[in-house]
Design a protein around this ligand. Structure first.
Ligand SMILES: [Zn+2]
Length: 109
């Protein structure tokens, strides 16, 4: 379902010449609070989307207990728990986007 929405967005971005850095799989998995194992919630049907499957896979952002706590405290997880697995994922995503934007605009990071 959400990949169909992503496909519609991608089609619109292409029409408008808006560059697309890649694909972020958001909340299609769960990060176990006990052992940090990440497991997928849904069958991965990305292979059915000819254009999306060719995009760089930037990150998987799983559902996480650490993020759930942040919705109550209103402090971002990358601030409250910068060393957590989920924060590492967000930092990695930010890093990839930073480099993508640098290449896009020919600016040295
Ligand atoms: Zn576990």
């Amino acid at each position: 379902m959400s990949l169909q929405v992503a496909q519609r967005g991608y089609t619109m971005f292409k029409k408008l010449n808006i560059p697309v850095a890649g694909l972020v799989m958001n909340m299609n998995s769960v990060l176990c609070p006990s052992c940090n194992h990440m497991f997928e919630l849904y069958e991965n049907n990305l292979h059915q989307f000819d254009e999306l499957k060719l995009l760089p896979r930037l990150e998987n952002i799983p559902m996480s207990e650490d993020v759930k706590k942040c919705t109550h405290t209103q402090v971002p997880v990358v601030v409250s728990q910068p060393d957590s697995e989920i924060s590492k994922t967000y930092f990695s995503l930010a890093h990839k986007l930073f480099h993508y934007l640098g290449q896009l605009h020919q600016i040295q990071p």
